[in-house]
Write a protein of this length. Sequence first.
Length: 269
Amino acid sequence: MTRYAEVIGDPIAHSKSPIIHKFWLDALGIEGDYRRTHVLGDDLAGYFARAKDNGDWRGCNVTIPHKLAVMDLVGDPGGVRNTIGAMNTVIRGEDGALIGTNTDAGGFFSPIAGLELEGRHAVVIGAGGGARAVLFALSRVGIGRVTILNRNVLKAAALLSSFGVKGDALPIGAPLPAADLLVNASPLGMDGQPPLDLDLDPLPEHAVVYDIVYAPLETPLLAQARDRELDTVDGLEMLVGQAALAFELFFGAEPPRDRDEELRALLTA
């Protein structure tokens, strides 16, 4: 049998993670595989129970909607529950122990590491697992203020409080403040999901618009930002960044990031 990892979620057919990991496996000449598996919420516990006994299974990435529920099913030696509060990666130890972690925060921050965000104002859309990773990263670089837009305003306010970040929570559809960074950390705008309808006019000319959605890659939010000639970051940047951290955990090798342009061409073909 071949050792393998996979990505799980509901839905999952849109995931580009297998393309990324298989590209790196081939580039490094590693014998292995990476798959996508549709896992419903009712079978999440059963999935991990089966994985625990599978010596060929190296681990999995976890996507919508399981990033919170998975925390109740795997070990947490790094204290992810009490920091980020969401897991997107699970690895299997040699003894069969399942350990959860989060590579989303590092993947999110990597493409904006050059921005001066200390003391600045960010807007984050959403209050789920993706938003938790974003807020964790922003809190670590000293963001000055965060406005969260979410359907459930109380949930968004509680999220701000849990990360000790100053800011406010508003309903989706509220006018945007003149922020330096706008991040869509929700599924809105993704294929099969409701659209994200925002007026970007309040954003200043130096603002950066970042959409973690990558299916479609050119979301209406990014298209609108480019029409305004704002700097943008698309969802592939975060996807590849978090995948690189997970790949090393799964297969014990650092991916060849010097071939990112080739990988991006493959992902957008």
